[in-house]
Design a protein around this ligand. Sequence first.
Ligand code: ZN
Length: 196
Amino acid sequence: MKAAHTYVAGPDLDLVMISAAIQFAADKHRKQRRKDRAQTPYINHPLQVFDLLLRIGGIRDTYILVAAILHDTIEDTDTTADEIRDLFGEIVLGYVLELSDDKTLSQADRKRLQVEHASHKSYGAKLIKTGDKISNTGELDTNPPMGWDIARRLGYIDWAEQVIAGLRGTNSALEAHFDARIAAVRLAIAAEQLPA
Ligand code: ZN
């Protein structure tokens, strides 16, 4: 059974593996929405990370791209490590596990550990984490999580910047994209604070 369901990256199978990952993630995240005002379907986020790596970062490593699509499945759904291993193999599972926070820890500890561990991640995990931070900060001006005031949004950007600091030197295009995005978001948030 395992062999029949395992998707292996290769010249002809890359698209099959990527499509299988999109279907798998869409199914796992099907009932979830982002916390933003627009209540965006959750799947938009991993698909955005995939797209950032592919089109901004120029990444063509199928295992990394598939892991980008799956990066939140273990942390945020009932997906098990065995499922990912059986369907997508050990390399993809390794990346997804690197990107899964330990949910038994407090949110403060998880955020601290993301900063501390960033520079020790593998190349693929660093790329995906950079895309993740671009996705999570990129709409804090126009479509922030519900109930987040200005201080919380700015604090989140500061923290994301600390994580990115540990990831730098991995992909200059993605890092420049992050820098440009948060500069624009900070400006837009600052403009909100000005008297009308
Ligand atoms: Zn994510």
